[in-house]
Design a protein around this ligand. Structure first.
Ligand code: URA
Length: 210
């Protein structure tokens, strides 16, 4: 994957995203749409995976057929909203290994603090896809990717639903080697760190916690 930022402008993605942004959309629909979009984003983010061939027998003849090369991919959910992307991607790539990164924001320093970290072994030899629907300030995404690199990951991609220009810039500065795939880059962050126009708090909207 060459570009640092890929915006998936496919009409299905954009149409579903508009429904998700609408504040009248129910928790149930929000979750379903996020799952559907995650699969369309997964299609894009895995476009340039390494391939090899495998000798098989079709009912008619032998064939060297294309198959994905290398170790099983690692999907890393950045808690808690990352789980909303995880389910759909895992449905599409059921053999993937799964990890979780939990970070909260320290009220005083405003810096992300780790409270949970569990990732698959041998990250150095895997394609690692980090999942977080909202790339806002970029602080937690940058911190999560710092941790994945400390665990040896070298081939990392970042999937989100919505990004703010500030978050994209922060990621590009800290991790220029990590391509971002998103459905949209919105106008700005507000003073509370929400993406505008955005869709509100993705975790609250998908889990019905507000
Ligand atoms: N996280 C969210 O859930 N929403 C935002 O707008 C920004 C960060």
């Amino acid at each position: 994957m060459q570009d640092h930022l890929t915006i998936v402008k496919h009409p299905l993605v954009q149409h579903k995203l508009t429904i998700m942004r609408d504040k009248e959309t129910s928790t149930n629909s929000f979750r379903r749409l996020l799952r559907e979009i995650s699969q369309l984003l997964a299609y894009e983010i895995t476009r340039e995976m390494e391939m090899t061939t495998r000798r098989i027998e079709t009912p008619l003849c032998p064939m060297d057929a294309p198959t994905i090369d290398g170790k099983k991919m690692a999907l890393i959910s950045i808690l808690r909203a990352g789980n909303g992307l995880l389910d759909g991607v895992l449905e599409l790539i059921p053999a993937a290994r799964v990890g979780f990164v939990g970070l909260y924001r320290d009220e005083k320093t405003l810096q992300p603090v780790q409270y949970y970290y569990k990732v698959p072994p041998e990250l150095a030899t895997r394609l690692v896809i980090a999942l977080d629907p909202m790339l806002a300030t970029g602080n937690s995404s940058v911190a999560a990717i710092d941790l994945l690199k400390q665990s040896g990951a070298t081939n990392i991609r970042f999937m989100c639903l919505l990004a703010a220009p500030e978050g994209v810039a922060r990621m590009k500065e800290a991790h220029p080697d990590v391509p971002i795939v998103t459905a949209a880059v919105d106008e700005k962050l507000n003073e509370l760190g929400y993406i505008v126009p955005g869709l509100g708090d993705a975790g609250d909207r998908m889990f019905g916690t507000k």
